[in-house]
Design a protein. Sequence first.
Length: 286
Amino acid sequence: MKPKILLYTLYVAAAVAVSLYVRFPGEPLRDYVTHRAEQMLPGLTLAVADVRPALPAAIRFQGIEAGYRGLPVLQLDQVRMAPEWGSMLRLEAAAVFKTTIGGGSLRGVVHRSENMSLENLVSRIEFNEIQLAELRILDELFGRRITGLFSGKISRLSESSAKGLEIQVQLTNAAIELKLPALQRDSVSVKQLQAEAALVDGTRLQIKRCEFRGPEFDGELVGSIELKSDFASSVIDLQASAKPHTVFMAELKKIVPPQLLSGKGRGGTFSLQLSGTIDKPRYSFR
């Protein structure tokens, strides 16, 4: 290619790129995205400061603030969204989004769907080493401070007959604030937690497996949570088994009736039933 033709080609390409950037319909796209998101999740408020094109073939949403029923949920500097090239071969409309949150990373694939349910919209989401202490919404939802590194993935249920999402999570070096003055400690720690769950029909969280290990106790948890629009009112039905370690066991003896402690199972393991709601849980030994 002759130098003049090459320079002319580069000039035209640059002019087209500048024109697309200047004329990019950022405001209409911003309004459309926020409206659709708020439709999908009633109670959500979403604000986006700016929408701009990015190379190659991507869109960058900047200055994102989200809230839920008047509570601040998260703030993101930017989310980058680009076509999923594999979906183009399958003639599907899908996009990959990437962002950073809580000091970690979040990456996912979303599909265009007339049905606004989450399980139809989301194909998969992967998150890695998110600092829970930086997610302000957790304090509001649970009424307790929670810290730790959070990783995992969310994907569509593999069963074709079921509508929902599969969830796998790992939690490391976590601490959960306690509101039990009689226990004489501010929090309990979990060094490692692994769980598998499913969100069915957008309303029921089925915990299939949850194993945790920590300096105070080890244990397992299964059961379900019926999710309500007011999260604190969500109904819990969980069965747990826990094996307190020596120091924590000594603390329990000061507040738990002796007849309950004497009923522990093999290896010093307790079985508990958790019921009630998120904000007003009830505990009973089995």
